[in-house]
Design a protein around this ligand. Structure first.
Ligand code: HEM
Length: 128
């Protein structure tokens, strides 16, 4: 027998789906994030569900369809500033509140996402 993965422990497909919907609703309304995302976030959300599924130990849905995530490389076409990383994480934290993802697992997952978000930064904040 093996331990539950974080994917299983938070509620699997259902929780990931609710979380990602709650997240992109906020991204699409965020003044600093919306401009770099497509107007229609359906496909973005679909890919993010696949990615987070495997990131949290579930099935390799993202890699099966898109190959190695190479997340930093896939973000290079966008100006990811420290301010945008902060905004991304704030949308994620609010989405976690909405779907009532709490406790130790939330803390652990959010910490990991914080490191990943920092790793995506490729552009300094504007001065002034
Ligand atoms: C795609 C922004 C952090 C996972 C994207 C796209 C943008 C973006 C603009 C393209 C959307 C599209 O064309 O559909 C940002 C910003 C971040 C950030 C501003 C702030 C740090 C993250 C983090 C993760 C992540 C922390 C993972 C936990 C993804 C995935 C995709 C994506 C899986 C889809 C890649 C693909 O096209 O296959 N992101 N992102 N992003 N992002 Fe982020």
């Amino acid at each position: 027998k093996r331990d539950m993965t974080p994917y299983e422990a938070i509620g699997g497909e259902h929780m990931i789906s609710d979380l990602v919907e709650a997240f992109y609703k906020r991204v699409g309304n965020h003044p600093d994030l919306a401009p770099i995302f497509p107007d229609d976030l359906t496909e973005t959300a679909r890919k993010q569900k696949q990615f987070l599924t495997q990131y949290l130990g579930g099935p390799s849905d993202y890699t099966n369809e898109h190959g190695h995530p190479m997340l930093r490389a896939r973000h290079l076409p966008f100006e990811i500033t420290p301010a945008r990383a902060k905004a991304w994480l704030s949308c994620m934290s609010d989405a976690m509140d909405e779907v009532e993802l709490d406790g130790m697992l939330r803390t652990q997952i959010f910490h990991r996402l914080t490191l990943t978000a920092q790793h995506m930064v490729n552009t300094p904040d504007e001065e002034g």
